[in-house]
Design a protein around this ligand. Structure first.
Ligand code: AMP
Ligand code: ZN
Length: 472
């Protein structure tokens, strides 16, 4: 078997950039925490979806399409869902179905591949109950007043992922104080449901799961007790991922849940934290289909490029100016490719793109590599082809911007240049009509020097017509 080029990834567990070595190179396994489906996804939620989509593409490239399993869940049981359904006077099921459908449309518009498996929490209640029973049997969890809690002091090395000082973790956990807790840091695995709340029968009465156990159950079911990569936004490190690790490790008795933990940095909007109260909360849908941000609707490619121009671990400041820049860049790329009469692209990455991504998924460097290709594409057909193919492989809808550039090629020219060309073309046509071929040839040469190629033909009534295009 040929050796795959070395991928290096920053592992939140070790705080180091490490060589990536899958447990089984013929089956690379990745889990990413997906959306809680109660409302439109915002542009911050889009970040992990896009980032891990690029990683998925890279893994498939390195290990083979059929050797990678990407699981991204849908959280369809959550108190926020219950509250929103009640507020809107619709059923929980109607709310989660509608929200999941919108989410799928949004992320498809952003150029993201579907994960291999998209499990729903409500379809994994049995696995959750099994894990909770294992934890109780091993002394890592206890039932109290219809609740089941994970006993944090029962795990000697709890907290390895977040490495938070104990007092901070206690303060964080205190949000949820309750008499039935043995320790402030213990967290909920199962809780009782009132009659109007969604609930499932369990050994502890009718109830519903806590959030963290959902991901432990879904990753176990679809990827096994241990797997390669687990991802999500940086805010999930504590408590969500820390608690997933505690549950799965204590239930199955392994040293790790996933070998590599990857976290994307946060996105803020025009220099401020995104929040409903500040009024700068923007959904993917609004960016795609309204003029709420920057005065116009943006294509999925513009949003994708804006996201990927920053390395995934860095914070991003989401600005209308950056979107404008990304739009101009894509327009230029389309024009460069169309100029070489390349009509469509194949999803095939240039080596420089792969090299950039091998270094901790450095999409900023991959963007620089695309810019290099674009520079060379001014004169070089194969660079233009590599640009289009690499962009398509990265998830951009290159064919659409090539088509757009073809449509507007002449319209996009500098008006003065265009007027000059039109004048010379008309003068040449007049000279030809008067059989002054010396003059018409001289004018053609002048146009050639300007990069203009002429095509002589006949109009609808048999009259001489000359069309032109720019060949640089
Ligand atoms: P949530 O719906 O809050 O559970 O978030 C879903 C995913 O989006 C998680 O991976 C979060 O870490 C991520 N996320 C939420 N807000 C942001 C943000 N402003 N920037 C980057 N990622 C975010
Ligand atoms: Zn999760």
């Amino acid at each position: 078997m040929s050796q795959a080029p070395q991928l290096r990834l920053t592992n939140t567990l070790s705080r180091q950039k490490e060589d990536f070595a899958p447990i089984d190179a013929s089956h690379v396994r990745m889990y990413v925490c997906g959306p809680t489906v109660y409302d439109f996804a915002h542009i911050g939620n889009a970040r992990p979806i896009i980032v891990f989509d690029v990683l998925y593409r890279l893994l498939r490239h390195l290990y083979g399409q059929s050797s990678v399993t990407y699981v991204r869940n849908i959280t369809d049981v959550d108190d926020k869902i219950n509250a929103r359904a009640a507020e809107r006077g619709i059923s929980i099921r109607a709310l989660t179905e509608e929200t999941a459908r919108i989410f799928h449309e949004d992320v498809a518009a952003l150029g993201c591949l579907k994960p291999d498996v998209e499990p729903r929490a409500t379809e994994h209640i049995g696995e959750m109950i099994t894990i909770i029973e294992k934890l109780i049997a091993a002394g890592h969890a206890y039932a109290a007043e219809g609740h089941v809690l994970f006993s944090v002091p029962s795990m000697s090395d709890y907290g390895q992922l977040s490495r938070r000082p104990l007092d901070e973790m206690i303060a964080g956990a205190r949000v949820d104080v309750a008499a039935y807790k043995r320790d402030d840091m213990d967290f909920v695995l199962w809780k009782p449901s009132k009659d109007h709340e969604p609930g499932w029968d369990s050994p502890w009465g009718r109830g519903r799961p806590g959030w963290h156990i959902e991901c432990s159950a879904m990753s176990w079911k679809h990827l096994g007790e241990t797997f390669d990569i687990h991802g999500g936004g940086i805010d999930l490190v504590f408590p969500h991922h820390e608690n997933e690790i505690a549950q799965s490790r204590c239930a199955f008795g392994h040293q790790v849940l996933a070998n590599v933990w990857m976290h994307n940095g946060f996105l803020q909007v025009e220099g401020e934290k995104m929040s409903k109260s500040l009024g700068n909360f923007i959904t993917i849908r609004e960016l795609l289909a309204s003029d709420r941000f920057g005065g116009k609707a943006w294509s999925g490619d513009v949003l994708r490029l804006s996201m990927l121009r920053t390395h995934y671990r860095q914070p991003i400041d989401w600005t209308a100016r950056a979107l404008d820049e990304a739009e101009n860049t894509l327009e230029t790329w389309g024009e460069l490719v169309a100029r070489h009469k390349i009509a469509s692209a194949q999803p095939l990455p240039h080596a420089s793109i792969i090299d950039a991504l091998l270094d901790d998924l450095n999409t900023a460097a991959a963007f620089a590599a695309l810019a290099e290709l674009a520079k060379a594409a001014r004169h070089d057909y194969s660079a233009a082809q590599n640009l289009a193919n690499s962009a398509k492989w990265l998830g951009f809808n290159a064919d659409s911007w090539i088509a757009r550039a073809e449509e507007s090629a002449v319209e996009n020219l500098d008006p003065q240049f265009k007027a000059d060309v039109e004048r010379l073309v008309t003068a040449r046509l007049d000279a030809r009509t008067q059989k002054n071929f010396a003059e018409s040839d001289r004018l053609r040469d002048e146009l050639v020097v300007m990069g203009v190629q002429l095509k002589d033909g006949k109009g609808a009534n048999g009259e001489a017509v000359t069309t032109w295009e720019v060949k640089r």
